[in-house]
Design a protein around this ligand. Structure first.
Ligand SMILES: [Zn+2]
Length: 142
């Protein structure tokens, strides 16, 4: 098992909901990475019981909006010189574009194929989003 200490420069994605690590790993294309990566599953966690963890020995671009939408409990640690230099706590994004689709058949996004589906977070506590065009509600579920 890789320790955080063993990463000199890279990213540790921590507090992933147990069971979601693999999909995030694949979403980030890490299954095809040519640098050192580790997916560690079912790590005991005080906060969540169990968690998944991803360690990346490289600086890659991570779409924080998308990741926050997949799992808002994630913490991202940026590692430099074997130390955590930055901690980013994700949360549900205020706006999501092109991630979820509006289910309202009368919505302009259903009628016109070229329009990007846009949703705005209207209730952070309950994860309620609203279509920007027709006000259709989308309830976020992990
Ligand atoms: Zn809509």
């Amino acid at each position: 098992m890789l320790n955080i200490d063993s990463i000199s420069k890279g990213i540790v994605i921590d507090h992933i909901n147990a069971g979601y690590g693999y999909s995030i790993f694949k979403y980030l294309g890490l299954d095809k990475a040519d640098f050192a990566v580790a997916l560690i599953m079912n790590v005991p966690s005080k906060k969540f019981g169990k968690k998944d963890l991803i360690k990346i020995e490289n600086v890659i671009d991570v779409d924080l909006t998308m990741l926050g939408f997949i799992d808002p409990n994630i913490t991202i640690n940026i590692i430099e010189d074997e130390k955590i230099v930055k901690k980013i706590n994700l949360s549900l994004p205020e706006r999501v574009e092109g991630i979820i689709e509006c289910k309202n058949p009368r919505c302009i996004t259903s009628e016109e194929r070229n329009i990007v589906h846009k949703f705005i977070l209207i209730d952070k506590e309950n994860g309620i989003y609203k279509c920007e065009y027709c006000d259709q509600i989308y309830a976020w579920e992990c």
